[in-house]
Design a protein around this ligand. Sequence first.
Ligand SMILES: NC(=O)c1ccc[n+]([C@@H]2O[C@H](COP(=O)([O-])OP(=O)(O)OC[C@H]3O[C@@H](n4cnc5c(N)ncnc54)[C@H](OP(=O)(O)O)[C@@H]3O)[C@@H](O)[C@H]2O)c1
Length: 338
Amino acid sequence: MSTQEHDTTAHSETIRWGVLGAGGIAAEFCTDLQHLPDHHVVAVGARSSGTNTAFADRFNIARRHPSYEELVADPDVDVVYVATPHPQHFDAAMLAIEAGKHVLVEKPFTMNAADSRLLAGAARARGTFLMEAMWTWFLPHIVQIRQLVNSGRIGKIVTVTAEFGEQFGADSPRAFVLEQGGGALLDIGIYPVSFAAMLLGQPTDIIAAADLSRGGVDVTTSIILRHSGGAHAVLNTTMLAGTRNGACITGTLGRIEIEPEFFRPSSFEIIDTATGTRERVSVPHVGGGLRHQANEVGRCLRTGLTESPILPLTKTISIMETIDEIARQIGLHYPQRG
Ligand SMILES: NC(=O)c1ccc[n+]([C@@H]2O[C@H](COP(=O)([O-])OP(=O)(O)OC[C@H]3O[C@@H](n4cnc5c(N)ncnc54)[C@H](OP(=O)(O)O)[C@@H]3O)[C@@H](O)[C@H]2O)c1
């Protein structure tokens, strides 16, 4: 993992964000960032000045750029948040890196692992900070769960189960269009895949099955991951129905059951296998939860890190390698894949 130093003096106080792509998740990000007094959205860039103005008015953002090029050239922006649809992540992130900006890129980081490696290489060469916006990893309940697992409380992990199913309809037309990065795997299936990777690392074996739409996107995908040491992850994603969306980590001494939805702010129970006792850990939370990843970006910038030690680029790349193999097995062929 790179810990390349860069100039930290500019980030000693407020972290100044520039939002690239003024859509749905960008609005949620700006809303949640309002809970952080030392983070400000100072600029927004959009493809057209119309959306730009409406978005900027809504969040009281002073600097409104009618193009992404002008946003990344803004000297008052410390870090660019890339919030375009997935097929546009690579070009937008590269644009910001080449302008010397630090960058947070929405999930999925890119359309494939090869593109993730190219972005990582560009950021390392330029000395800029780069991270995937896998916000779930930074949620308070997930931070506590990582600490519990690392402490050995549930013993050695044997299985991880997780699912993300949601009914996508007419309000999500892009989800059904292959050329626009549609499909359950990249949109929501990445959460269970990433969760398993956080706990177990890169799998040695991957088995996946899916149903594809007539247009070639995966509508329901199930995945089994096997890891060295014998741990298994059993994962599911669908965009045809709302599933329970919980997750469970089972170890040799006990298990952790995360209440739905495991990927948003939530609480959990620890079950002791020997005694059967259940301890509920309630984690009160205000807001949507997208700000915790921003806090991690701020922490890294202030300490001169160009990657997050929690979610380094090698981790993001290895998750994209798993996604690539799942996509290969289920016949999910994006035009953006080589
Ligand atoms: N972390 C989460 O919980 C979460 C939730 C939802 C989505 N996401 C991720 O966030 C990304 C954006 O999703 P979203 O739901 O916010 O999408 P959205 O509402 O459609 O917004 C995307 C924005 O990107 C810009 N854009 C640039 N090129 C585009 C193109 N070719 N087609 C459409 N828009 C384009 C547009 O902004 P301008 O016109 O202003 O440039 C648009 O408003 C996706 O990669 C998705 O996976 C994350």
